[in-house]
Design a protein around this ligand. Structure first.
Ligand SMILES: [Zn+2]
Length: 487
């Protein structure tokens, strides 16, 4: 008897579980209908989201309140919907250069506003009241930086509360006394899931509330929701979920909000191959957060085994944009084997709405415990210096007439140009543009230098690396973005 009841329960729960899986599949597949297309890149600003805030202010389904102002006077808005007893508070972009979840929040609002998924939404809005505070640090977003206009990290201001943005976050948290909190950030794209080459595209944390990292029901609930979300995201980014460090930080908001009794879920958006503007990661945020709201609303997360939380691999930071393995480097007449680890660092333009790359060698030597988004095993290949083309050109226009690929095949990495307009800081041509007094560099490999060199095999040049971008000289296949202007 006992057994048959148990098996019926199993069938029932499998049915419910199976249904939920279908809902999340539909969420992923129908995403484009709800994507807020007016904000499609990382460098978004306060002015970009104001029309959306106004739209929801005029929509009777939502309550929009101005809850504060940044130091430079930019409004902070709280958008609420739902009639449930369980309060869920979600805030994003406390760090100005972490915009992925801000975009996802507006996708979620579009979803909530639509007539679709009526049953699931009814369930969500009957049990939950949702409160969204997108872009908590608009002054930082304006100049695409982590800190606010005071130069402080708002996430280290939970105790001292000097920043008006931090004061607003505290005030809203206290007024809602939320049951669940979603603390939405971006993390470095160089994080991987520990001991694997996979980027930690999404990382989760059930934030600790003391140094001892103790467990209580509040934290266990956050862990169970994370287990639920992880099972879903594994389907779309297998192996690409990490667990963020749970070291307690007494000055951080997440840690304090957990201490104040909210089940606190940190979501960090990391990297994903060839997703420079993090739009696939934004989609995973969308699926992850809506799925979490659904499981919180119907209570199914309570059935998740809390111990599975610990099975999510830890975050590690072992990724390079480009890793070149086993290359031969000749120094003072002797050959040595090196791995090279290269990061393509972003430099903003003056108005912080676009950027170019200025790449660096970050490490060299035995990098066998590291991984690359792009990896070349250069065993049997020799490093060769890039040559300066002997002729000087007058202007950038003269260069557009050149057959650049054949110059690369001859080993040229630098072109002398007399007259480069001052406002030009990088070039789309895969050769560095240099002043006529630029001298032929020698081959040397050192941490911190711009990775520009060639690879040679059996006396033939096979690859160019220009500003950290690998160019296969045979296939001409490349993801090259820009080279540098060296005045
Ligand atoms: Zn952050």
């Amino acid at each position: 008897m006992k057994n048959s009841i148990l098996s019926i329960l199993c069938i029932l729960s499998a049915f419910v579980y199976g249904q939920e899986k279908d809902v999340t599949t539909n969420l992923y597949d129908t995403y484009e209908q709800y994507k807020e297309t007016t904000i499609g890149k990382r460098r978004i600003k306060h002015v970009d989201i104001q029309p959306l805030i106004v739209k929801y202010t005029q929509n009777p389904k939502f309550i929009v309140q101005k809850v504060g102002e940044s130091i430079e006077g930019r409004s902070l808005s709280l958008i609420s919907i739902g009639t449930g007893e369980i309060n869920v508070f979600l805030w994003s972009q406390m760090h100005g250069n972490e915009p992925t979840a801000t975009q996802a929040i507006f996708d979620i609002l579009n979803f909530l506003d639509s007539p679709d998924f009526a049953e699931e939404k009814k369930e969500i809005l009957k049990h939950l009241t949702l409160h969204f505070l997108p872009m908590l640090n608009p002054d930082g977003a304006e100049v695409y930086q982590r800190r606010n206009a005071l130069g402080v990290d708002i996430n280290r201001d939970a105790l001292r509360l000097q920043s008006p943005e931090g004061q607003t976050l505290k005030k809203v948290r206290d007024s809602l006394n939320a049951d669940f909190g979603f603390n939405l950030h971006d993390q470095s794209t160089y994080y991987n899931a520990e001991l694997t080459s996979k980027p930690a595209t999404i990382s989760y944390l059930a934030t600790a509330y003391n140094y001892e990292k103790d467990m209580n029901d509040v934290r266990a609930n956050a862990m169970k929701v994370i287990v639920y979300m992880n099972n879903i995201i594994q389907k779309y980014a297998p192996g690409q979920v990490g667990r963020y460090s749970d070291d307690f930080e007494p000055r951080a908001f997440g840690d304090n909000i957990a201490k104040w009794g909210t089940s606190l879920i940190l979501i960090e958006s990391g990297g994903y191959t060839n997703d420079i503007e993090k739009q696939e990661i934004r989609k995973l945020n969308y699926v992850s957060i809506i799925s979490a709201l659904y499981t919180i609303a119907n209570g199914s997360y309570k059935e998740e085994p809390v111990e599975d939380y610990e099975k999510i691999p830890q975050n590690d930071k072992k990724l390079f944009d480009l890793k070149i393995e086993n290359v031969t480097y000749e120094l003072l007449g002797k050959n040595y084997i090196l791995d090279l680890g290269i990061h393509r660092l972003e430099v903003d333009n003056e108005t912080h709405d676009d950027f170019y790359y200025s790449s660096r060698i970050m490490d060299q030597g035995d990098l066998s415990t590291y991984y690359g988004y792009e990896t070349l095993n250069a065993k049997g290949y020799k490093l060769k210096v890039g040559k300066v083309f002997p002729k000087s050109f007058i202007s950038i226009n003269d260069i557009s007439k050149l057959d650049i690929m054949s110059l690369l095949k001859l080993g040229y990495a630098y072109l002398k140009v007399t007259d480069i307009p001052l406002e030009i800081v990088s070039t789309k041509v895969p050769l560095h543009l240099v002043s006529p007094k630029f001298e032929q560099p020698k081959l040397y490999m050192e941490i911190g230098i711009n990775p520009t060199f060639f690879l040679e095999k059996d006396g033939q040049l096979t690859h160019a690396v220009i500003n950290g971008f690998l160019i296969d000289l045979d296939s001409e296949k490349t993801n090259f973005k820009n080279a540098m202007i060296i005045r």
